[in-house]
Design a protein. Structure first.
Length: 157
């Protein structure tokens, strides 16, 4: 279970939320997963994401997998993961940041999210606060992460 920020390219005539709802409705959990095919342009975009996050946020590690290009950021604020598939991306943060520990990692995640938006043209959506990243409230996002992290520690440990 993770705190997720998802990215998509808005479909013509659809809002970002409608696009995400369409994608969710089209998802078939029983279908065979298809390996990603990243174009030369998409790979160049990925390289720019890696460069910008490293320069503007801090060092990262990355790996190419069958289904995504993945970036990990382990820094003073905490750990986050970015998965990129060319036409979509997501940021995942584990629910292990209760209280005041949530704000630094959420702030960092939103910085990375803005880099992804600017570099890819994809739009980010924070499902926990139910807002696009462009208008998202970092304080509200941190409160959501902190609250669920506290609940998880109290009830799942």
């Amino acid at each position: 279970m993770t705190y997720d920020i998802i990215f998509a390219r808005r479909r013509p005539g659809r809002t970002l939320l409608e696009t995400l709802e369409d994608r969710a409705a089209e998802y078939d959990p029983d279908a065979e997963s298809v390996p990603i095919v990243v174009t030369t342009d998409q790979r160049a975009v990925w390289e720019r994401i890696l460069q910008r996050v490293t320069a503007e946020v801090g060092p990262v590690t990355s790996q190419e997998y069958l289904y995504s290009l993945t970036l990990w950021r382990d820094g003073p604020a905490g750990h986050l993961q970015v998965d990129y598939a060319g036409d979509s991306a997501d940021i995942e943060i584990a629910y292990r940041y209760p209280g005041k520990a949530a704000l630094p990692i959420i702030a960092e995640a939103y910085r990375v999210a803005h880099i992804i938006e600017e570099t890819t043209g994809l739009e980010g959506y924070d499902g926990q606060t139910e807002q696009p990243i462009a208008v998202g409230d970092i304080e509200a996002a941190a409160a959501k992460l902190a609250g669920i992290a506290r609940w998880a520690q109290d009830n799942l440990s």
